[in-house]
Unconditional design. Structure first.
Length: 85
């Protein structure tokens, strides 16, 4: 079965060790976002479940289908990251 990724909002991500990707819902809870990675490298993130994980060797042009709340500067060498909601 083919699953199509559909989003209504997008924003460039600046990796940060202290600042979460903002929620676009306007509420107090952050449901996270999925990511598009334009430039290859490693990607260290926090998930909505509270896990910190490094995706190693992410290819440029990849989607990360995990609900993410933060992209860390430390451990992230991937570039051109876009948050998708």
């Amino acid at each position: 079965m083919y699953q199509k990724l559909q989003v209504g909002r997008a924003a460039a991500v600046t990796p940060s060790n202290t600042v979460d990707i903002p929620s676009v819902s306007g509420g107090t809870s952050n449901n996270g976002c999925v990511l598009y990675v334009g430039g290859a490298g490693n990607l260290t993130v926090d998930t909505i479940g509270g896990d910190t994980i490094t995706f190693t060797g992410v290819l440029g042009g990849s989607f990360i289908p995990v609900q993410v709340t933060r992209v860390y500067a430390t451990g992230t060498s991937a570039t051109s990251i876009v948050a998708l909601w």
